[in-house]
Design a protein around this ligand. Structure first.
Ligand code: PLP
Length: 375
């Protein structure tokens, strides 16, 4: 807790982050480099400390969605290449040049624009070529390469340092599309090399791809969620030793004895059925405690579970602690993460709100202070 502030905070365990990075590196082997994905403020974990820690751990490159996020990393002193997955938008060329950023390219119009800007500055811009092998999103289609590659070859102020594609269904192990995408990517590498390019980095795998060993032809991987310990569900349960990095914590600020038949919180969507003890916790949906956890969430107090009762408010939740008589005012409440022998995982939250661990992490809002431990 930060002295003098609301007793609600997020702990980010840098040792767990380092462990997860090392596990990725071990999985892919020493010959494969790692691009650490730190977009969206390192998936809500706080890029200001996470990115330098990953640089120290051995990340060779970083990945963000936006030019703005890349500039922030440069301000933090990150010197590794920063790949911008969303590409550079018109008007951002001078920022790309100033900060030596590496946009991905997925169309010839922006390629020409970047080339012109680099020419005017007497410089070259590094880029990673994005090819769509099945994601159906950004990228040159395989069919466009024959016509596109000679055009790119003529743009003398652009330098292809990477060739990449993105997996669509790697987290569903039984899907044949992943193997098809991998085979297509291997063929694309050949086409690109035949056209006279020799990109230093060839990369396809996100976290799920890494753990499914979709690495053919590649010498770089792009983990995001695995670094944050959030790839723990479904087919990956127990498969490796990722550790959760984020712990979301608060405190009991009011304890009340409540009679049976008492309605609690907005809409009285919970009504007590027995004499109850109800604790108020200063965290709500404005902090990222999703409103869909109304009457569904569970928290840990002294390592034991207690249910969220009534509507999740903007700044407050209520918890039924009737079955935990030892609970006192000021006790710590773990919303997400480990407490004693039990753990509330991001996956558990995600299942309850019909979402994914990524969104759980990203939605912990900016007003919740991040405290970095074990750094
Ligand atoms: C292009 C690209 N590569 C890699 C990643 C990392 O994915 P994951 O967090 O599943 O490892 C993302 C994230 O969305 C991405 O957009």
């Amino acid at each position: 807790m930060i002295p003098g502030s609301r007793p609600t905070w997020v702990e980010i365990d840098i040792a767990a982050l380092r462990h997860n990075f090392q596990e990725v590196q071990r999985t892919v082997g020493a010959d494969c480099e790692v691009l650490a994905v730190v977009k969206a403020d390192a998936y809500g974990h706080g890029a200001s400390q996470v990115a330098p820690a990953l640089a120290d751990a051995g990340a060779s490159l970083f990945g963000v969605a936006l030019v703005e996020e890349a500039v922030e990393l440069r301000r933090l002193g990150i010197e590794q290449p920063i790949v911008i997955f969303g590409g550079a938008f018109p008007g951002q060329e001078s920022t790309v040049l100033e900060h030596h950023l590496t946009p991905i390219l997925y169309d010839l119009t922006s390629a020409r624009q970047l080339d012109r800007a680099a020419h005017a500055a007497g410089r070259t811009i590094d880029y990673h070529l994005k090819v769509d092998t099945g994601m159906g999103r950004f990228g040159f289609s395989v069919e466009q390469l024959d016509a596109g590659l000679p055009v790119l070859k003529e743009l003398k102020h652009l330098n292809m340092t990477g060739l990449m594609s993105h997996l669509a269904v790697a987290d569903e192990l039984e899907q044949p599309l992943t193997a098809t995408q991998s085979a297509t990517f291997v063929a694309v590498i050949e086409v690109v090399e035949k056209a006279g390019f020799n990109p230093r980095y060839r990369h396809l795998a996100n976290s799920a791809g890494i753990y499914s060993q979709v690495l053919a032809g590649c010498n770089l991987v792009r983990p995001g969620i695995a670094l944050y310990g959030g790839l723990t569900g479904g087919p990956y349960r127990g498969a490796f030793t990722q550790q959760p990095v984020m712990r979301f914590v608060s405190q009991i600020v009011q304890l009340k004895e409540v009679a049976p038949e008492t309605g609690l919180s907005y809409g009285h969507r919970f009504v007590t059925s027995r004499p109850s003890r109800v604790a108020a916790i200063p965290v709500g949906y404005a902090d990222g405690y999703n409103r869909l956890l109304t009457n569904r969430g569970e928290v840990l107090i002294h390592g034991r579970r207690a249910p969220v009762v009534g509507t999740v408010c903007m700044d407050c939740i209520l918890v039924d602690v009737t079955d935990l008589p030892e609970v006192q005012l000021g006790d710590q409440v773990v919303l997400l993460g480990r407490d004693g022998d039990d753990i509330v995982t991001a996956e558990e939250w995600a299942d309850k709100i019909g979402s994914i661990t990524y969104e759980v992490f990203c939605n912990i809002s900016k007003r919740v202070p991040r405290i970095f431990i074990n750094s």
